[in-house]
Design a protein around this ligand. Sequence first.
Ligand code: ZN
Length: 148
Amino acid sequence: MPPEYFSVKKVRYKKQSVPFTMTDTATCPCNSDRPYAECCEPLLCGDRMASTAEALMRSRYTANVVRDVAYLLKSWHPSTRPDTIDPATIPYWCSLHIVRTEKGMESDSEGVVEFKASSFIQEELWQLHEVSRFMKEDGQWLSISFEK
Ligand SMILES: [Zn+2]
């Protein structure tokens, strides 16, 4: 079973048909169709801050894929973030689809991103459907909460 805070649901799939691009360094793991070096990498490296809530959400997804625990904690609001994340509990995410966004633009201080993400857990495909809330503090977007 996946860890409780992911609360994913199992979906049917044909293993051969699942696009698995995690090892492809040319394209960003967040499914933006942009090069990793121009998309999430500068955010994970700390070279650039996320300009929108969606950009932060995408970078947190990518941080899951590359198992960047420090970035996950740094981009999580202190009021809701766990003390630590065990990288061994992070599922193998293989796709991200943004369903909708609400506010979260550069001029906003809060935003909502609804998304679906798929992951492999014990060789089965699971889907997470989540509505994440973000807020901006001192110019930095942070993940504050999520509901399924
Ligand atoms: Zn990206």
